[in-house]
Design a protein around this ligand. Structure first.
Ligand code: MG
Length: 416
């Protein structure tokens, strides 16, 4: 049976929460991210002034003199997120909390039990979210997750877009390849080299081509774009971002420790940047090597305190790589996971010298984040990641860690 998947997405969620908390802000250009020195989220009034994510506050003030700048309040956003999911859960228990303001819900059979059409169920969820939370959400309805996500983006804010199996191609033709969920800049460049510029072009490629040319996550996207479910809902009740992961396959396979460590270093940087972006820090750090024979060799480290700065983690990876690395084995991928994530504000600092070091690093990373966000692509890397920059092969890079977070990696040892 064809599935009916909803994707619910908060419109300018952090800013929406601020307006919901303080209704005198309604109708005003509100921007969240003052404490980070940049725009993290904004109301549509601010977007209308030209404010974009990642802009520095100086730029924001210049183009939008009436801007109301606020610190992010992640605790209250988490509460709003919880309320959002509780509302969706009234209509279906088949729910995936994908991120703080995005959830997938499977309502395939709910039309029968609720005696309502799928469209009416979606409309009802949207109306109640607006009434009870005081902010708007956009919803996509489609047979697969990737298509539902396309739908929620299609009309924003306060949109409801339905993609049925007989209208899939109309939507795919209008979607540039880089706008597909899970397809990052490197992969879209690679696809463009094969004359794939829209989601439609991609969906038209043969199964044989897709299997031969692309890694598993992209094959899944290809199926989903064609209306075939390849990504089941992850209905695990845990909070989103339990862990952040990044991996990359490279060619040719290698055993060179220096290269592998540079790869791990780069992944660690990216994962830490992502954690900082979401105000999170991790208490466990794991990394793996994947052999040419597709075996995973991994190690998980419990950290003495939560962190979201890469230096110490890279040092740890350097120290422990020898436990999983063998000279005479060729490796074709590496990956890292920052796990047991909690709010960065809750980081316990018990040693005075550690505190100093961590805070100094946080200051540097704050600056680096600003620059990298400003230019869209990461410009600044740790020296330990530089080796990989030079030898980068543009082979199937996974930019969306969340896709891969469910990948099962056998851990061969734990070092406390
Ligand atoms: Mg959103």
């Amino acid at each position: 049976m064809e599935r009916v998947i909803l994707h619910v997405d908060g419109d300018g969620f952090f800013a929406g929460c601020e307006v919901a908390k303080n209704p005198t802000l309604r109708g005003k250009p509100v921007i969240v991210g003052r404490e980070r020195g940049m725009a993290l989220a904004m109301t549509y009034e601010a977007k209308a002034c030209g404010v974009k994510r990642g802009m520095t506050l100086a730029e924001v003030r210049r183009i939008c003199p009436d801007a109301i700048l606020l610190d992010a309040d992640h605790e209250s956003y988490a509460l709003f997120s919880e309320r959002m999911n509780n509302i969706i859960a009234r209509y279906t228990s088949h729910l995936e909390r994908y991120s703080i303001d995005e959830s997938f819900a499977d309502i395939t059979t709910m039309n029968i039990s609720l005696k309502m059409s799928h469209e009416d169920i979606a409309m009802k969820i949207k109306t109640i979210l607006k009434q009870e939370l005081g902010m708007t959400f956009s919803i996509g309805i489609a047979p697969t997750k990737v298509l539902a996500k396309l739908g929620s983006k299609y009309k924003k804010p306060d949109g409801l877009t339905i993609i049925k199996s007989n209208t899939i191609n109309d939507f795919l033709r209008k979607t540039p390849i880089e706008n597909i969920w899970g397809i990052g800049p490197q992969t879209s460049e690679f696809l463009k080299e094969s004359s794939v510029t829209t989601a439609y072009d991609f969906a038209q490629k043969s199964e044989h081509w897709v299997t031969a040319m692309l890694a598993k996550p992209y094959q899944d996207i290809w199926y989903e774009l064609r209306g075939t479910n390849a990504l089941p809902l992850n209905t695990d009740k845990r909070a989103p971002y339990q862990s952040l992961m990044r991996t990359r396959t490279f060619a040719p396979p290698t055993s060179t420790q220096r290269f592998l460590l540079a790869e791990l270093s780069r992944h660690t940087e990216v994962v830490c940047a992502r954690a900082r972006e979401h105000g999170l820090a991790g208490k466990t750090f794991s990394f793996f090597l994947k052999t040419q024979g597709l075996q995973f060799r991994g190690i998980e480290l419990k950290l003495s305190q939560s962190t979201n700065t890469p230096e110490e983690l890279i040092e740890l990876a350097g120290k422990h790589l020898q436990y999983i690395h063998e000279e005479d084995i060729l490796y074709r991928a590496t990956g890292v996971t920052l796990g047991t994530l909690t709010n960065a504000g809750e980081i316990q600092r018990n040693l005075f010298d550690t505190t100093l070091r961590v805070e100094r690093l946080e200051k540097i990373h704050h600056e680096v984040d600003l620059l990298n966000t400003k230019f869209g692509e990461p410009l600044i890397h740790l020296a330990s990641s530089m080796h990989v920059q030079k030898i980068r092969k543009t082979n199937f890079i996974s930019r969306d860690e969340r896709f891969l977070a469910r990948l099962h990696i056998p851990i061969i040892g734990t070092i406390g």
